[in-house]
Write a protein that binds this ligand. Structure first.
Ligand SMILES: Cc1ncc(COP(=O)(O)O)c(C=O)c1O
Length: 392
């Protein structure tokens, strides 16, 4: 008989996005071509100066351990970037460099939570929040948000209602995967007020911070007021904004008294993120802006095409995404659960997307489509969806 394993590790479920991709591999193996709206990953490569800087760092011999807080030069430019881009008044000492925002969220949850703690997860919510919380032994409590004019909006009353004497934190992301929303200052203020009233930590995932379109502006919740910053940990990364998913580079920005604890947990997780990637991260921030702007313009064009295409399908209503690279349309309730629709679209029509039910019960009748793919693929996928929908 095998020795026992952690009950927390055993209890966490797998990812729907990964599960759907595996099914898509089987569909492709049957000779059906699949249009992929599934994974949330830029279809661009990292900007050329970043790739060059990484090669240079390897050739220059930057292959040793660095400080578990991160490379000083990188922490410095991150602090300046947070100040300049997001109005977050951060100092270098508040920054801890991690292995992507998965790394940041893993460090933050382990640093903040005990096994009897509860964390409120704003839903529709990115699935891994629950898993990351539950791996610490704490309990994740999904709090479904309401809708206004077909858009999900923050509902502070529902958050307050879910608070118990065990609640320790609220976790959310803006720009908001999967909804494509960018939270307004009022909504961020409402979250901050609940945290203030009940003395909670705010875990703010800002991984899509540079991917906002039209009039939308990304605002860090930490920029609202010093007392909000004092209870907020931002967890973010270079993955989406700089098209660097595989590089595994991210960071936390935390109140100054918390940052050393995060650095210590980071140290016992991986000692430090890859040294030469951190050197390249400096160049991403110093020289990446024009490249990010070009990717943003491309995503903005695709977002217009996908939203118009979806709205043209009978039974589908798609608000224009304000940020991220996800469209999150509502589907006719009579079609049934999004899980079944997503499976039908994949198995019978070769369209891979993610059912809204993967993000909590509030979005059982939604679908998530990543538009980090070509315009041709978007157009073909929409045509297939339209043909399928005629028979739902
Ligand atoms: C909301 C959100 N947070 C965090 C991540 C993790 O990103 P990474 O660890 O690559 O920075 C993702 C990736 O899909 C995401 O969508």
């Amino acid at each position: 008989m095998a020795a026992p394993v952690s009950k927390y590790a055993r209890a966490v479920g797998g990812s729907t996005v990964v599960g759907m991709r595996r099914k898509a591999d089987e569909v492709e193996a049957r000779g059906i071509n699949v249009i992929d709206f599934g994974i949330g990953e830029p279809d661009f490569e990292a900007p050329p100066p970043v790739r060059e800087a990484c090669v240079r760092a390897i050739q220059d011999g930057h292959g040793k351990y660095v400080d578990p807080r991160g490379l000083p030069a990188l922490r410095e430019v991150i602090a300046q970037f947070e100040n300049a881009q997001h109005g977050h008044p951060a100092s270098t000492d508040q920054v801890v460099v991690t292995a992507g925002s998965y790394g940041a969220l893993s460090v933050v949850t382990r640093a903040l939570l005990d096994h009897d703690a509860e964390v409120l997860v704003i839903e529709p919510g990115w699935g891994p929040y629950k898993a990351l919380v539950e791996l610490t032994g704490a309990r994740a409590v999904g709090v479904p948000m309401g809708t206004q004019e077909n858009r999900f909006v923050v509902d502070a009353e529902r958050l307050c209602h879910a608070v118990t004497s065990h609640t320790r934190a609220i976790v959310f992301n803006s720009p908001w995967n999967p909804t494509g929303r960018v939270l307004s200052e009022t909504e961020l203020g409402a979250i901050a007020e609940v945290a203030e009233r009940h003395d909670l930590w705010v875990i703010a995932d800002e991984v899509y911070s540079e991917l906002v379109y039209g009039d939308a502006v990304h605002l860090s919740i930490a920029s609202l007021a010093p007392e909000v910053a004092a209870r907020t940990v931002v967890a973010t990364s270079f993955s989406k904004s700089f098209a660097m998913t595989g590089w595994r580079l991210g960071y936390c920005v935390a109140p100054i008294h918390l940052a050393p604890l995060l650095a210590r947990v980071n140290q016992y997780t991986l000692r430090c993120p890859t040294s030469f990637v951190q050197h390249a991260g400096v160049i991403a921030i110093e020289e990446g802006e024009a490249h990010v702007a070009a990717m943003r313009a491309e995503y903005a064009q695709r977002r217009d095409i996908i939203a118009a295409g979806l709205n043209d399908i009978e039974g589908v209503t798609c608000p224009l995404p304000e940020g991220t690279f996800y469209a999150f349309p509502a589907i006719d309730r009579e079609w049934g659960d999004s899980h079944d629709i997503a499976n039908k679209l994949l198995e019978q029509h070769g369209v891979l997307l993610t059912p809204g039910s993967a993000y909590g019960p509030a979005s059982r009748h939604h679908l998530r489509l990543s538009f980090a793919t070509s315009v041709e693929a978007i157009e073909e996928g929409i045509e297939r969806f339209r043909a399928a929908a005629a028979n739902f």
